[in-house]
Design a binder for this molecule. Structure first.
Ligand code: AR6
Length: 200
């Protein structure tokens, strides 16, 4: 019976998931995947950028490489972006429709409240841009959890809480996918997700 339940659950998850290019799990409105965000055929992928919006390492570098040089050309016209805010561009060679560039905080362990406020701003401003642009599915990279040093568990709490508050009020977004890359972030999301979103 257990294995049958498991198979049914998997079948159900794949039927409900509107995201191509990965197998998101969790429930019908929330996905968690470990993998390459550049391969997702979603409405928008969210890039962990810096204030210049002119590219960098980590996921930012991967997104610019996969999108091609036209992305950088468009980013040059945007005059940067403030920490905790987001800007949207075309996706060029990427399979998603748009790229939302958000600037996470460099984690400040003396003033963690400031970091938290900025990180919340990243999630809220990105979701607002998705809604404004009529995008139904959005995939977030682990903003600030790489080079910017935000502790994974704290960042996952902020991500889940902010997304939950948003989705409770918004009815236009079909699915939010959290994309993890490193094991530490997979563990953090597996711990935090069920506290905010009931699994299917
Ligand atoms: N593909 C997918 N995810 C990745 C990749 C990749 N190739 N590399 C890292 N991650 P980070 P930040 C995950 O460092 O901490 C850039 O230089 C990583 O495991 O990319 O916000 C920008 O230009 C982590 O979960 O971004 C900024 O200067 C998440 O992506 C600065 O880094 C974010 O890690 C931003 O730092």
């Amino acid at each position: 019976t257990l294995s049958l339940l498991y198979k049914l659950k998997k079948l159900n998850a794949s039927r409900l998931a509107p995201v191509q290019g990965a197998t998101p799990t969790h429930n019908d409105r929330i996905g968690l995947i470990r993998g390459d965000i550049t391969s997702l055929q979603v409405g928008a992928i969210v890039n962990a950028a810096n204030n210049s919006l002119l590219g960098g390492g980590g996921v930012d570098g991967a997104i610019h490489r996969a999108a091609g040089p036209s992305l950088l050309a468009e980013c040059r016209t945007l005059n940067g972006c403030q920490t905790g805010s987001s800007k949207i561009t075309s996706a060029y060679s990427l399979p998603c429709k748009k790229v939302i560039h958000t600037v996470g905080p460099i984690y400040d362990d003396i003033r963690p409240d400031n970091s938290e406020r900025a990180l919340k701003g990243c999630y809220t401003s990105s979701l607002n841009l998705a809604v404004k642009n009529g995008l139904k599915t959005i995939a977030f990279s682990g903003i600030s959890t790489g080079i910017y040093g935000y502790p994974s568990l704290d960042a996952a709490m902020v991500a889940c809480e902010t997304v939950k508050n948003f989705l409770d009020r918004d009815k236009t977004i079909d699915k939010v996918v959290f994309v993890t890359f490193e094991e530490k972030d997979v563990r953090a999301y597996n711990q935090v997700l069920p506290r905010f979103f009931p699994p299917n």
